[in-house]
Design a protein around this ligand. Structure first.
Ligand SMILES: [Zn+2]
Length: 321
């Protein structure tokens, strides 16, 4: 049996004997794991003997398992003290088609996500919900360290109950957002272009800001949202590409010139263009454009200002999204 060593137990200093290894999970393959459909049970070989346990699962999961022959699984120890078996199923992903339709998605602080097709998830309501979580947590933490013994105990108990609630809210919302985007992409036969956000924290943290502001900007799970988009994309045959976000929020989507961005609005500084509008809307359209240029078989075509070279045409013809 293979045991995963948890992080906490790896911290033993050099030379000292490790006291114990806390088992958290182990992987099973075709030899050590078997799914018995007739009995709705799994058979796992452990160090001692072979263990057979019946499956307690929802009808949704039973439907997924029906007729399958899974050959690998992971046995995990949950926080609640029970052991759970994660059964891995393989399925064929639909092939992605080359397409020139694109949906650009702008991740932001004011709005969680804005698409170039006009869908948006406003940050306001989300901000209020999360501020509430934060307020409750702060007050409980104060009580858990001060006050009488029984108050402290009660506060700790409530904190434990609430832990994970904000995280679950966040992933619930990320599931919703990614599902809506992928569904639209599938219906319109588009691919999805997102920003490669490695480093969004550095970018948004450049200016000195208050503690509350920092908490808000740092803690949205954009990485999770991108991961959800990518795996749902694979499932539905929608391609999701990540582009370099440099200048996407400062460039004008009509003429590619650098413009002025002030909080909510964007103003193009090119006198021939002069586009004015919503900054996030412009950002998502820029992301769509960059994605399109990256994803074309011919290679990049974002070379020069289309207004200068094709002055007679309307600048809006290049926005295909
Ligand atoms: Zn412009």
């Amino acid at each position: 049996m293979h045991e995963t060593i948890s992080d906490a137990s790896c911290k033993a200093s050099k030379g000292r004997k490790v006291k114990y290894i806390k088992p958290t999970s182990f992987d099973c393959d075709a030899r050590t794991f078997r799914f018995i459909e007739e009995k709705w049970a799994v058979s796992i070989s452990t160090t001692g003997k072979r263990l057979t346990a019946s499956i307690r699962a929802s009808s949704y999961h039973r439907g997924k398992l029906k007729g399958q022959k899974p050959t690998s699984a992971k046995v995990c120890l949950h926080r609640d003290g029970n052991w759970y078996v994660h059964i891995q199923l393989k399925s064929e992903a639909p092939k992605t088609q080359k397409t020139s339709n694109v949906i650009g998605v702008d991740f932001g602080r004011r709005d969680i996500a804005v698409t170039s097709t006009g869908q948006s998830w406003s940050g306001k309501e989300i901000k209020e919900t999360r501020d509430k979580f934060s307020r409750v947590r702060a007050s409980l933490q104060r009580r858990a360290s001060q006050g009488t013994r029984s108050t402290r105990r009660r506060a700790r108990k409530i904190l434990k109950r609430l832990s994970g609630r904000e995280r679950r809210y966040q992933s619930w919302l990320n599931h919703n957002i990614s599902k809506a985007i992928i569904t639209e992409a599938k219906e319109t036969q588009s691919f999805v272009s997102v920003e490669d956000l490695t480093g969004i924290r550095d970018r948004t943290n450049q200016k000195p800001r208050s503690k509350t502001e920092r908490r808000r900007s740092n803690s949205w799970a954009f990485f999770q949202l991108r991961t959800f988009l990518e795996y749902k994309g694979i499932k539905e045959g929608v391609e999701v590409i990540a582009i370099n976000p440099a200048y996407t929020s400062q460039s004008c989507h009509c003429c590619l010139h650098i413009g002025l961005r002030s909080n909510k609005s964007f103003k193009c500084s090119n006198v021939k263009c002069g586009w004015i509008g919503d900054a996030d809307d412009n950002g998502s359209k820029m992301i769509a454009l960059v994605g399109l240029s990256v994803n074309q078989p011919r290679g990049s075509e974002l070379l020069a200002c289309p207004i200068d070279s094709r002055a007679t045409k309307s600048p809006h013809h290049i926005v295909r999204a």
